[in-house]
Design a protein around this ligand. Structure first.
Ligand SMILES: *[C@@H]1O[C@H](CO)[C@@H](O)[C@H](O)[C@H]1NC(C)=O
Ligand SMILES: *[C@@H]1O[C@H](CO)[C@@H](O)[C@H](O)[C@H]1NC(C)=O
Ligand SMILES: [Zn+2]
Length: 306
């Protein structure tokens, strides 16, 4: 009898002691040791491979790539209804409509599957990617897969099967009205596994205007949570989305499954390992080059007149 009991109980005890689950660094604590980012490769070997995400983007080492043209979006303006859920690691919204992105040297059309966010503590540093070492308060990931796949698992077997669009946030003095429904919804899903209906939301509403999406970085990487699959074509936009302090705070009011504040939901930056980060030649860069030419010719014209 005792034997049977321990056969049943031991695996349960072992599991709760060793912490089979992965977690963020903010969750690692002695009483319930879960596997923080430095131990994710124990959860999935891929997390220890060499094209991992996120990375720090060193702007002066980026390479200009003229093929990184503006994107073409379809369905991004369509209003849809979906469920937003606290999945214990983040807030995640599945995308039930057909919304696609192409252009920008993506090679083919990718369709949106879901979006989720990564954030810091009460509006403090919390993005996953960093730019010249700067960590923004939050980062949005819109996850897409090649249109020809029906399941994300299939897309993840293709080294470029997934395209993630990453957007940073910055603190602004006024609220971003387009986020009101979303941040209000957070109040209903503070507990892990909580879900609520998000009605009348569009992807366009959450991101930048197209004119502000011409400046971006591109590199090959991975999912930033276990399994860390190396199947992601990353696009990280340079311009941040503005939210006010209260809107950012709403994310830190969510809770992990242990009831603690859901904060610091980002993976630390990973080694670049010789990968090249490409940058688009954004409108702003072109415009200033034109301005320089204009002022040079003006100067030449002036000196000729003298
Ligand atoms: C939302 O939560 C309810 C229970 O509160 C559950 O029945 C339902 O399956 C959940 N939906 C999703 C999409 O998780
Ligand atoms: C681009 O973003 C900035 C703030 O990041 C904003 O002031 C500006 O209006 C935006 N431009 C367009 C064309 O949306
Ligand atoms: Zn993410």
């Amino acid at each position: 009898m005792r034997c049977v009991l321990s056969a049943v109980l031991l695996p349960l005890i072992l599991r709760s002691c060793t912490g089979a689950d992965w977690c963020y660094q903010t969750q690692v604590s002695c009483p319930s040791p879960c596997k923080g980012p430095d131990r994710w490769s124990e959860v999935n070997l891929d997390c220890g491979k060499n094209r991992q995400s996120p990375i720090n983007i060193v702007t002066k080492k980026t390479k200009l790539d003229e093929r990184l043209t503006p994107f073409k979006f379809t369905g991004y303006q369509t209003l849809f209804e979906s469920t937003m859920k606290n999945n214990g690691h983040s807030v995640k919204v599945s995308i039930p409509i057909t919304a696609t992105v192409s252009g920008g040297n993506l090679g083919e059309t990718y369709k949106a599957v879901q979006f989720h966010l990564h954030w810091g503590t009460n509006g403090g540093p919390g993005s996953e990617h960093t730019i010249d070492g700067e960590q923004y308060p939050m980062e949005l990931h819109i996850v897409h897969m090649k249109q020809r796949y029906n399941r994300l698992e299939d897309a993840l077997r293709d080294p470029s099967g997934v395209a993630v669009l990453g957007f940073f946030y910055e603190v602004s003095s006024s609220a971003n009205k387009k986020y009101d429904l979303f941040t209000q919804g957070l109040r209903s899903i503070q507990n892990t596994n909580g879900n609520t209906t998000l009605s009348k939301i569009s992807l366009n509403q959450l991101i930048l205007s197209e004119a502000n999406m011409t400046n971006y970085y591109r590199y090959d990487g991975s999912l930033t949570t276990p399994g860390c699959t190396e199947a992601v074509v990353w696009t990280v936009f340079e311009n941040p989305i503005p939210l006010d302090g209260e809107q950012l705070q709403a994310f830190s009011n969510l809770k992990f499954s242990d009831g603690k504040q859901m904060v610091g939901t980002f993976r630390p930056v990973q080694p670049r390992n010789g990968r090249v980060v490409y940058r688009s030649s954004g409108v702003a860069v072109v415009a200033s080059a034109v301005l320089i030419l204009v002022s040079i010719s003006a100067a030449l014209g002036l000196s000729r007149m003298n």
